[in-house]
Design a protein around this ligand. Structure first.
Ligand SMILES: CC(C)(COP(=O)(O)OP(=O)(O)OC[C@H]1O[C@@H](n2cnc3c(N)ncnc32)[C@H](O)[C@@H]1OP(=O)(O)O)[C@@H](O)C(=O)NCCC(=O)NCCS
Length: 155
């Protein structure tokens, strides 16, 4: 199914008059194009298009915002389905920011994990997460096993 034929879960009207469709389908996404758009926004963390696809395909919950067939926003959520979830890869293409796109995609994900504690690492998007009700929780610790993406993700 072409992305433009997938029924949207919600629609947003972008300031330039185009309709942004939000849904959870990975159908028809051009991952090389997504990677190039992430790189243009300085938000490419090194995954190959195939690895990017796998990251989303293997996440419990995903959300995409599309202008026509082009992905202009996305986010994904890892969850144990019981009590803990982790929000990752939240992005809106720079030309589409401050139109509520990331809020809509993240809210869609949050709606799928009622009662769960959702964590994330905010680099410099603190005001965005605060606007959704997230609060800073100090003492987040992390560890990279070996070297970042020294696996089959960059191949
Ligand atoms: C952070 C990001 C996802 C926000 O996407 P967006 O679609 O513009 O977000 P929204 O339009 O839903 O913003 C909702 C609210 O968040 C806050 N907000 C969003 N971006 C903000 C910014 N740059 N500065 C201050 N507040 C901001 C505002 O309160 C905004 O509401 P308002 O526009 O009515 O004032 C986007 O800027 C982005 O992709 N940044 C680069 C990638 C990144 O940093 N991702 C997060 C990784 S932790």
């Amino acid at each position: 199914m072409r992305p433009s034929e997938i029924p949207p879960l919600s629609e947003l009207c972008h300031a330039r008059g185009v309709t942004i469709r939000i849904n959870t389908s990975l159908d028809g996404i051009d991952w090389a194009h997504v990677k190039a758009d992430l790189a243009a926004d300085d938000f490419d963390n090194g995954r190959s298009p195939e690895a990017l696809h796998r990251s989303f395909d293997q996440s419990q919950h995903v959300a995409f915002a599309r202008d026509g067939d082009r992905v202009v926003g996305m986010a994904r959520l890892l969850s144990d389905g019981v009590c803990n979830a982790y929000l990752v890869d939240v992005w809106t293409m720079s030309a589409y920011r401050r139109q509520g796109i990331a809020s809509a995609t993240v809210r869609l994900l949050l709606d799928s994990v009622p009662g769960q504690h959702v964590g994330l690492q905010a680099d410099d998007a603190q005001p965005f997460y605060a606007s959704l009700g997230f609060r800073e929780q100090p003492e987040f610790w992390s560890y990279v096993v070996g070297t970042w993406l020294e696996n089959d993700a960059t191949g």
